[in-house]
Design a protein around this ligand. Sequence first.
Ligand code: C2E
Ligand code: MG
Ligand code: MG
Ligand code: MG
Length: 283
Amino acid sequence: YRAKDQKSGIAVFEAAMNQQAQLRLQLATDLRLALEAPHTQLELHYQPQVRLEDGQVVGAEALVRWRHPHLGLVPPGQFIPVAESTGLIVPLGIWVLNEACRQAADWAAHGHSGLRVAVNVSALQFARPDFVDTVSATLHATGLPADQLEVELTESAVMQDVHGAVERMERLRALGVSVAVDDFGTGYSSLSYLQRLPLNVLKIDRAFVQGLEVNTTSRSVVQAILGLAQHLNLNCVAEGVETPEEREALRAIGCRYAQGFHFARPLPAPALLELLSRTGHLL
Ligand code: C2E
Ligand code: MG
Ligand code: MG
Ligand code: MG
């Protein structure tokens, strides 16, 4: 851009927009390439999920990471939206599902049995008519028992087409797979739908967990979600627990499960295995 363009605010704004659009285009092109040999650039990290009663690790959430050859580590918040807008989320999601199930089966092979893996599934991936068949085929191919897989959906993925979502969730449940709603409390789902959904887990968003031992509003929201979950016979997992105070406050008000930096950051598979061996599954 020439100097005279820079004088106009609009030109600067357009240049910035253009730059962002170009980055997204670049990411889309590079992600398409990366997906041709996923293991060379993509990997999953795993964040332990803990039972608050005794600190026992009960499973881990798989979180995708992209090591871009020039840009370095690109966070999922940046490339998942690109993957969604280009449809690349479908092959990406299939790779993530397969990799997570393969790894979870491998934990058992290393003597860490019974751990559940939670996999994030985007709305577009969940909406595909063959989604449940893909899950079923993946469990078969990897040998992971169905009750050790949990699918995490966002409220919007469910609300886009409640009827279809209920049907697909019922089929997942029939396989033995558990279904969680991620980031609960931040979306727009109507509470009246919640009782119609064949769910297992509500994941309480980090926004309500942060500082809940001092913030009475946050604590009230968490207590309301716990009450709701109890009536609907659902488990709750608190997300983003960063301090011992948050952990203790959650335990005290009856939240049974949690994850967050306080327990462990998301870890590469070998580091997770190391942590499990070192701690005897107690965090
Ligand atoms: P999410 O599923 O709600 O995952 C939780 C996010 O919070 C992760 O960010 C995790 O690293 C971060 N986190 C965990 N504990 C703490 C904590 O104590 N404090 C703070 N500040 N953050 C914590 P990450 O890995 O950057 O992922 C961001 C989002 O990207 C995820 O939110 C999920 O919506 C999406 N995502 C990640 N992996 C996948 C994937 O494989 N497929 C799909 N469709 N989406 C994914
Ligand atoms: Mg999640
Ligand atoms: Mg979440
Ligand atoms: Mg989130």
